[in-house]
Design a protein around this ligand. Structure first.
Ligand SMILES: Nc1nc2c(c(=O)[nH]1)N(C=O)[C@@H](CNc1ccc(C(=O)N[C@@H](CCC(=O)O)C(=O)O)cc1)CN2
Ligand SMILES: Nc1nc2c(ncn2[C@@H]2O[C@H](COP(=O)(O)OP(=O)(O)OP(=O)(O)O)[C@@H](O)[C@H]2O)c(=O)[nH]1
Ligand SMILES: [Mg+2]
Length: 460
């Protein structure tokens, strides 16, 4: 437990219905006592936990009324942080909420660091590290599916599975170590076979989680997608049609888009991070040139490319070059303006080039867009081994720990199969166990904890 008390604004700054200042720590009740006057006059400090009291916040320095509020009172240990917590539910607005925070700070609280409430929940043992990370994933989720994956991890689903694997692993370690201590009793082949079986099962289980992790990551982080192509082919029109709003400027003048325009689109539960870019061409215009450079960079970085071709213009040499440029990338070729005709010829020409899957669309008339969304979903989740409702590892840090775990398990299997000294296998199994512990936070450095929580927002 900590001896200091932290405070922060827990709601977004701006005009809103309610704004909350949250205070946690041993002095939380004392601070509320100095600032809050209950409307009923009753002594709120004596009345149970998890209650709301109506009253006002008064500046103790001058006795001036600051706001009429509801005070939430939650007593340790059954709180978010496991410490005493009070929440000032103020009228939403920048001034009232800031003033109440300032008063809490002058009454003895310290401004909370990003993620510090959740960090205390972790360090005080209410949640483990994977659950703490799920809190931020939940806040950042951009689709229902992303939310579902995060919410599952918040309830400790992933943590339970990891602990289960750790237990099985400890069982194996115990048996291996027993054979070190009493080698003569372990002469029988059966127990060695048993051990290898148990190890093989564990390897399968961990490998499965790793295979599914890619799907989890996609739901959590989304897919960076670039809409690229020659000028005037209808890239911005396509962005607008997909978003169903006039987000980007569309004109019939080639070179209209200069800056990158980014929006997130929910495609079958996957957050598609779409970037509309400047049409790719050589140009003397300084501004357009800068835009073209950014477009090229994005084309290199993006995970998915939607390469747009103008059906009315036919397949040009510049199109062919772009197709080659994007050759190694995951993506689709979209023949836009299919309402003008000519798409069939281009499709045939593209088939000869043996490039990416081809779809005909018309951004202007909205045709082919459903097929486009399906194709993107299939492409992104191709090889997906799990539906979203399954337990999915979605965090790269967890994925990385699982991979190291798997490597140690395989090393242990090798040394057992090669009849190496069993101590070697025991060491690898222990390290595999520790790699799993990094996920739940039982074996993790202060550095990693710092890095995880510094990514949170203030007040969480
Ligand atoms: N006003 C408010 N809303 C909020 C939060 C909050 O802290 N305050 N939360 C967070 O920011 C989230 C809710 N999460 C929470 C999780 C656990 C506990 C808690 O008190 N847990 C106790 C059990 C309390 C009980 O049921 O008696 C415990 O686990 O011991 C509170 C909030 C979202 N909404
Ligand atoms: N007939 C037809 N015209 C379209 C279609 N999509 C876009 N256009 C027209 O094509 C022109 C260019 O559209 P934009 O969306 O600005 O093209 P762009 O690729 O973003 O162009 P730059 O930003 O200059 O690279 C506009 O006049 C659009 O109305 C379509 O599906 N059919
Ligand atoms: Mg454009």
């Amino acid at each position: 437990m900590w001896d200091d008390t932290i405070a922060a604004i827990a709601t977004p700054l701006g005009e809103g219905g309610i704004g909350i200042v949250r205070v946690s720590g041993p002095e939380a009740m004392g601070i509320a006592g100095r600032l809050f006057q209950s409307a009923s006059g009753a002594n709120w400090r004596m009345k149970g936990s998890h209650r709301l009291f109506r009253g006002r916040v008064v500046d103790p320095a001058n006795g001036r009324l600051v706001d009429e509020i509801l005070l939430g009172v939650m007593r340790a240990p059954h709180t978010y942080t496991r410490e005493d917590v009070v929440e000032f539910n103020c009228h939403g607005g920048i001034v009232a909420v800031r003033r109440v925070l300032e008063l809490a700070l002058s009454a003895g609280a310290r401004l909370a660091a990003p993620g510090e409430f959740t960090r205390r929940a972790f360090l005080n043992g209410r949640i483990d590290l994977a659950q703490a990370e799920a809190v931020i994933d939940l806040i950042r989720a951009r689709t229902d599916t992303g939310l579902e994956v995060a919410a599952g991890q918040l309830t400790g689903r992933l943590s339970r599975r990891v602990r289960q694997l750790q237990d099985e692993l400890l069982g194996l370690v115990a048996r291996v170590e027993a054979s070190i201590d009493f080698p003569e009793e372990d002469a029988g082949f059966n127990s060695a076979d048993d051990l290898e079986c148990g190890l093989a099962d564990l390897i399968d289980a961990v490998a499965r989680l790793i295979r599914q992790a890619e799907t989890g990551r996609v739901y959590r982080e989304g897919i960076s997608t670039v809409i690229a192509g020659r000028p005037n082919v209808g890239k911005s029109s396509l962005l607008n049609a997909l978003l169903d709003e006039n987000r980007a400027i569309v004109t019939d003048i080639p070179g209209t888009t200069r800056d990158v325009i980014e929006e997130v689109l929910n495609v079958r539960g996957i957050p598609l991070r779409l970037a509309d870019t400047a049409g790719l061409r050589e140009t003397a215009d300084k501004v357009e040139k800068a835009g073209v450079e950014r477009a090229r960079e994005l084309l290199q970085q993006a995970e998915l490319v939607l390469l747009v071709i103008d059906a009315g213009a036919g397949l040009t040499d510049a199109d062919r070059e772009l197709i080659k440029l994007a050759g190694h990338k995951k993506g689709l070729i979209l023949i836009n303006k299919s309402d003008l005709g000519g798409a069939a010829v281009i499709t045939e020409q593209l088939r000869e080039m043996d490039s990416k899957p081809v779809l005909s669309v018309s951004a202007r008339f909205g045709t082919g867009l459903e097929q486009l969304l399906d194709a993107i979903g299939n492409l992104v989740l191709s090889g997906a081994v799990a539906p979203a409702g399954d337990l999915l590892v979605s965090n790269v840090r967890h994925q990385d720990a699982l991979k190291r775990c798997l490597n140690h398990l395989k090393a242990a299997r090798l040394s057992l199969a090669g009849h190496m000294p069993v101590d070697l296998a025991a060491i690898d199994l222990r390290e595999a166990w520790e790699a799993l512990g990094e996920i739940t936070g039982t074996a993790v450095s202060e550095d990693i904890i710092d890095r995880i929580f510094s990514d949170f927002c203030i007040g969480k």
